[in-house]
Write a protein that binds this ligand. Structure first.
Ligand code: 5AD
Ligand code: SF4
Length: 435
């Protein structure tokens, strides 16, 4: 049966959210309607993540749960990075999977749905030279803060990471395509654009860099804010750092993963930066934009990590004073060099280190939030809060701020930050824009 309704569930990174949006737009253009509840969907697309084992296992248990109480089930498309990594094997692992489509092939999904409706079980994990982006429909509607993929893939080959295998080689989308998509997003209601890439700061096209792109996009009428993520420390060029000092639309926030504070572990990870070079980069960024919020990613329990290595990680957390950070237990991924390294770390050790790291990070996060209490700033209102009459907006430093207001999503609001919590702030209205 040809599906008439669909539901997309995206896991993992922001690029998967972006891909999920684009898949939805494509299906809608072909006449399918989006439904809120997956029990009502004729087609369910699971847009999966392969980064850690837990994320990948989740994909299969989610597929199993799509069977309805009456024994029927929707058409199931496995998309995203698990689909890329597993390929046809996914069909053997679950007879419920009708379609397997990788992150570089999803523009073919409508065709594949038609094939599946005829009883086939198509698989496409190609990484074609012709970009999927060229086959996708124009952007029409956008959330107040909208994602825009400008760069995809990775050539860095950190020894723990699947991304070079699931997302392929580094590619940069062309300048004109990005500018056109950005304008369409702003026309569709976006006030903020978050430029996405696995190594977003490695974006380049025709000799132009991400800094050039940011400077140009900042001039788009109606666009209030720009952000970009995720950056690699070795691609943090001086022109990009300078843009943080003089492009008002570029928000004072930088996600710059370091992964470990031990140079020995960084070498084993093939990170191509040292703790010193990382800290020098942070210093330069802070010189350009003193109030910038720094965020990061950490892995604890990489093979061979000693207590001394781990303590060096705690030290770099103290040295940087992160405004926020994500930390993970090392997860051995099939096919990556680290998976077969000696001296894999026992689970209890990893758990203990993760807890110590997270409490250290939480202390700095609260300190950062407290340092902003009392400031007058601007919010981009995004969504309703839990309490009546409350909305949640983002500060320039990406904090969630609760504020009593009836302002609609997409409104820019001047507030005073009145109270700091561990994970969010409270704000009070200064005055509303006559928007
Ligand atoms: N195990 C644990 N964490 C990982 N990450 C990437 N690969 C792994 C892995 N094999 C983390 C890194 C990266 C973030 C997106 O996920 O910290 O920056
Ligand atoms: Fe997960 Fe990485 Fe794929 Fe994003 S790119 S979905 S984080 S594996």
């Amino acid at each position: 049966m040809t599906p008439k309704t669909f539901k997309i569930k995206s896991f993992g990174c922001q690029m998967n959210v972006y891909d999920g949006d684009r898949i939805g737009e494509m299906l809608a253009e072909r006449g399918l309607s989006a439904v809120g509840d997956r029990d009502d969907a004729d087609l369910v697309v699971l847009n999966t993540c392969h980064i850690r084992e837990k994320a990948a296992e989740k994909a299969y248990s989610d597929v199993g749960r799509l069977r309805r109480e009456d024994g029927t089930r929707p058409m199931v498309a496995l998309a995203g990075c698990v689909a890329q990594a597993e390929g046809a094997e996914a069909k053997r692992r679950s007879e419920m999977i009708d379609i397997v489509v990788g992150p570089q092939a999803y523009h073919r999904l409508p065709e594949m749905v038609a094939e599946a409706a005829r009883g086939a079980r198509p698989v496409d994990t190609d990484m074609p030279a012709i970009s999927k982006f060229d086959a996708l429909p124009r952007r029409r509607r956008a959330t107040p803060s909208a994602f825009l993929t400008v760069q995809e893939g990775c050539d860095k080959f950190c020894t723990y990471c699947v991304v070079p295998y699931t997302r392929g080689a580094e590619i940069s989308r062309p300048w004109d395509h990005i500018v056109a998509e950005a304008r369409a997003l702003v026309d569709g209601g976006a006030r903020e654009i978050v430029l996405l890439g696995q190594n977003v700061n490695a974006w380049e096209h025709g000799g132009r860099t991400l800094a050039d792109l940011i400077r140009f996009l900042a001039g788009i009428e109606g666009l209030e804010r720009l952000r970009y993520t995720t950056s690699h420390p070795v691609n943090m060029g001086d022109d990009l750092i300078a843009a943080h000092g003089d492009v008002a639309e570029l928000m004072p926030y930088l996600h710059l993963p370091v992964q470990s504070g031990s140079d020995r572990i960084l070498r084993a990870m093939n990170r191509s930066h040292s703790t010193d070079s990382y800290l020098r980069t942070i210093e330069k960024v802070r010189a350009a934009r003193p109030d910038i919020a720094i965020s990061g990613d950490f892995i604890v329990g990489f093979p061979g990590e000693t207590e001394a290595d781990f303590e060096a990680t705690l030290q770099i957390v103290d040295a940087v004073r992160y405004a926020s950070a994500y930390s993970f237990k090392y997860s051995a991924r099939p096919g990556t060099p680290a998976a077969t390294m000696e001296d894999q770390i026992p689970r209890e050790v990893m758990e203990d280190r993760l807890q110590r790291l997270q409490s250290r990070i939480a202390g700095h996060q609260l300190a950062f939030n407290r340092s902003t209490a009392g400031l007058d700033t601007r919010l981009l209102i995004e969504r309703p809060g839990r309490r009546a009459g409350q909305m949640i907006g983002r500060s320039p430093w990406l904090q969630s701020v609760h504020v009593q207001t009836d302002a609609a999503p997409g409104t820019m609001l001047d507030v005073t930050l009145t109270a700091a919590g561990p994970n969010s702030m409270t704000g009070a209205l200064l005055r509303q824009d006559a928007a």
